[in-house]
Design a protein around this ligand. Structure first.
Ligand SMILES: Cc1cc2nc3c(=O)[nH]c(=O)nc-3n(C[C@H](O)[C@H](O)[C@H](O)COP(=O)(O)OP(=O)(O)OC[C@H]3O[C@@H](n4cnc5c(N)ncnc54)[C@H](O)[C@@H]3O)c2cc1C
Length: 304
């Protein structure tokens, strides 16, 4: 049975991805592209071994996409797994293209039955669990929940330093202010979901954000399906993970995929017209009501 590779560029979701890769039954190798701390985190996340590539100074992990494709082909890997981290997905995509692998996003489970790789994945916004099978190589983007780390650490082998990277460098890093990604470090975030009926209605939400000195964020469909808010601003498992002092969710149902992005928020408050909305299970404060009435009332109260 061939090895399964789990590609890692940051440690988030890695324990769960490696646990899922175990379902394939063979050896599980974590291939970590990043600093020594990442290799150590990968080793502690439960693989049989770790192949570790330390990028050159200022070279981002994505620059090693072509190398990853060569390496996966040379090793004859049949199952590739990545977390949802953007750079890990780039590496996975490059290797998948080289291997001619079927790419399966949203995976939550993995198994091998006879000659087939069987992947369970979430579909239709997480409402449906779909089982897909493939006889060829498979590249899986894992979307399952984080699980606790196992006890033992696997051996780490450092890969040769002369590995070729694409001509790509990070020239400078500076704090993002005001732009699309200010949401990441904001102390207060006002976030909007499908409870909003029209793009123009963002004005009222912006009014509340301005009053609170908050950044605007949203659920995935508002950015991905409607394009009303920049994609860099959607919160959740596959979007931004943020830790504001206040996260105010307006017309957001509060699925686990969304709430995972605000697990580290200090206070979560929600406005939703459905008293049974899941968001109220995790929110510290909740208002059951129509956001079109509640938001203007909040603005008026805050301005007093
Ligand atoms: C693999 C995978 C990854 C995903 N990753 C993410 C992710 O990172 N982030 C993310 O957000 N989603 C993610 N999703 C999608 C997620 O499962 C939900 O479908 C999505 O978050 C729902 O968005 P929503 O809450 O805006 O919409 P809905 O679920 O439609 O909820 C709208 C809410 O608004 C309320 N409402 C309606 N009208 C009003 C009103 N006038 N006033 C007040 N409340 C009102 C409703 O009661 C409802 O609760 C992912 C799904 C999958 C399968």
């Amino acid at each position: 049975m061939s090895a399964t590779w789990v590609l890692a560029t940051d440690a988030r979701g890695l324990v769960a991805a490696i646990a899922a890769a175990r379902g394939a039954g063979g050896k599980v190798t974590a291939v970590a592209v990043g600093p020594r701390e990442l290799a150590d985190a990968a080793a502690a996340a439960g693989p049989d071994d770790v192949q570790w590539l330390l990028p050159d100074d200022s070279v981002p992990a994505e620059a090693y996409a072509a190398w990853m494709a060569d390496a996966a082909e040379a090793a004859g890997v049949r199952i590739l797994v990545s977390t949802a981290a953007p750079a890990a997905r780039v590496l996975l995509g490059a290797a998948a293209a080289r291997l001619g692998a079927a790419v399966v996003p949203g995976a939550v489970g993995l198994a091998v039955e006879g000659d087939a790789v069987v992947v369970e994945r979430l579909a239709i916004g997480g409402a449906v669990l779909e089982t897909v099978t493939s006889l060829g190589p498979v590249a899986v983007i894992f979307a399952g929940e984080d699980v606790p780390s196992p006890e033992a650490a696997a051996p780490v082998a450092e890969l040769p330093a002369e590995v070729a990277a694409a001509d790509m460098r990070v020239e400078r890093r500076e704090p993002a202010t005001g732009g699309t990604s200010g949401v990441r470090d904001a102390a207060r975030v006002v976030s909007v979901g499908r409870g909003l009926k029209a793009r123009e209605d963002l004005a009222v939400v912006q009014g509340l954000a301005d009053t609170l000195g908050a950044e605007i964020a949203c659920s995935m469909p508002i950015a991905d399906d409607f394009g009303w808010v920049a994609k860099e601003r959607y919160i959740g498992r596959s979007g931004q993970h943020i830790a504001p002092r206040l996260y105010l969710a307006l017309g957001i149902s509060g699925t686990p995929q969304h709430m995972e992005g605000v697990r580290d928020a200090k206070v979560v408050a929600a406005v939703n017209n459905d008293p049974k909305a899941p968001v109220f299970r995790t929110a510290d404060y909740g208002i059951v009501g129509d956001l079109y009435e509640v938001v203007p009332a909040l603005i008026a109260a805050l301005k007093k």
